[in-house]
Write a protein that binds this ligand. Structure first.
Ligand SMILES: [Zn+2]
Length: 325
């Protein structure tokens, strides 16, 4: 672990910044733009390979950002569009179908950052005592009123003594947190022995991951499977099942509560490997890849189809859920 002025890198770095995974201070700048070309400083911890903002914003800065920009920047909507509802519902059904055979029957399942509540509702329909926490008031209200899902407004820090869960879901949430380590420690304390944690986040190790298309202010951290599993181990979570491989744009993993274990030191040399991987695809290679073009085309066709179907889908879904409750 290098001291403040002993680094071999020439990039400036914040003297106060410490890596959330390994505690290291040798955080080197790797990119200065977000995915839309706006200024955003991103660094990598040279000791473990964790990618993060430089500096990591404070909770207050983050709260301000979400209050002012998140919906506009990210989704461009103040209430979920039918297309968003349809996508979220399909995603919720995917997760519920995956977890239903694995979770204990009737388990209490808590989703942190539940969005509009589709995953919570899909798990409830499969017989689980599912509930969610969602900081965004509009999304939470939609979940409660339209989907009739058990969604409470709040964040992980708002969990109380009486809150209980046998399993926790963090789906595209951990990369948004100021301290993923603190969050995993809090979840560890909440869960019973052998409690489960299901996690999804973007995969910075995927071969298509490119720095000019990667970074976003809301994504404070970018994980590889290596850094994510090391952080999980440090916080007392062992790998139960990995659902994705290295090529996948997302990491989807089931973890089980165990004893905390030191793991960050096993990542020596990972930072170099991450950078080599991110540099592998240049702009032309990226955009001319056959798979890229095929995927892009399919995506565009998918959008058009979605626009036509989404409104009808949402109406039918809400009618069905209201008739059932
Ligand atoms: Zn580190």
């Amino acid at each position: 672990m290098a001291g403040e002025d002993s680094g071999t890198g020439t990039e400036p770095r914040s003297p106060a910044q410490r890596c959330d995974l390994c505690g290291g201070a040798d955080i080197r700048a790797i990119y200065d733009r977000d995915r839309r070309g706006k200024p955003l400083a991103t660094g990598i911890c040279w000791d473990c390979g964790l990618i993060m903002h430089m500096p990591v914003p404070s909770e207050a800065e983050l709260a301000r950002y979400y209050a002012e920009h998140y919906r506009r920047d990210y989704h461009g909507e103040t209430r979920p569009s039918p297309r968003r509802v349809m996508r979220a519902w399909k995603n919720g059904e995917r997760i519920a179908a995956r977890l239903a055979p694995i979770l204990p029957k009737g388990a209490a399942v808590l989703e942190i950052g539940a969005g509009i509540g589709c995953t919570v509702k899909a798990l409830e329909l499969k017989g689980f005592a599912a509930w969610g926490l969602e900081p965004n008031r509009d999304f939470g209200r939609y979940g409660r009123e339209m989907l009739r899902a058990r969604i409470r407004e709040g964040r992980l820090e708002d969990l109380g003594e009486n809150d209980h869960a046998d399993a926790v879901l963090l789906v595209h949430v951990i990369e948004h947190l100021v301290s993923p380590r603190r969050a995993l420690a809090r979840i560890h304390a909440l869960l019973p022995e052998r409690g489960l944690l299901y996690l999804e986040c973007p995969n910075a190790w995927a071969p298509h991951a490119r720095m000019s298309k990667m970074f976003h202010f809301a994504h404070i951290y970018n994980f590889t499977p290596h850094t994510l599993l090391a952080l999980a181990a440090e916080c007392g979570f062992a790998l139960e099942r990995m659902f994705t491989d290295e090529q996948d744009p997302n990491i989807e993993v089931l973890l089980v509560k165990s004893e905390p274990r030191r793991a960050a030191h096993e990542l020596a040399g990972h930072a170099e490997a991450v950078l080599a991987r991110l540099a592998h695809y240049n702009w032309w290679r990226y955009h001319l890849r056959r798979e890229y073009l095929a995927r892009r085309w399919k995506k565009l066709l998918g959008y058009a189809e979605e626009y036509l179907r989404a409104r009808r889908f949402e109406r039918a879904l809400i009618a069905r859920l209201h008739a059932a409750s």
